[in-house]
Design a protein around this ligand. Sequence first.
Ligand code: ZN
Length: 146
Amino acid sequence: MMLLPGLLSAEFCKGEDMGRLFLVSLEGNFYSCKHCQTHFALAHDIISKSFQSRHGKAYLFDKVVNVTVGEKEERNLITGVHTVVDIFCVACGSIVGWKYESACEKSQQYKEGKFILERFKVLGPDGSLYMEAPEPNAVGSDVDDV
Ligand SMILES: [Zn+2]
């Protein structure tokens, strides 16, 4: 059973390149948008899983597809000052992570041009959604005994 997103209606199309949205399809083990299942990155392009964002785990990827980038900004991170841009799902516009444009510290420059995806924003290769804490009232377990 495949859930195809189908054609996106006009209201999702953002300005500049009117109309068609070309999405890259990945094969194999990939991470995808938790909202619209757009493919983002291959598991084998992960450089590091030991990154941390404000919201929990984040992975560093060599390549990410189907994203648009926001405004450049300087961020003062634990590892020094970096120029970063936020990255957004090209299909639904939700923010999924950021990209390192440049780093001041020599030791951090391996991250330049690389992407961070926040783990809780994406679906894993097996379609899993990572949660810091599971929902206490999951579907199908209504408590109703007296
Ligand atoms: Zn999306």
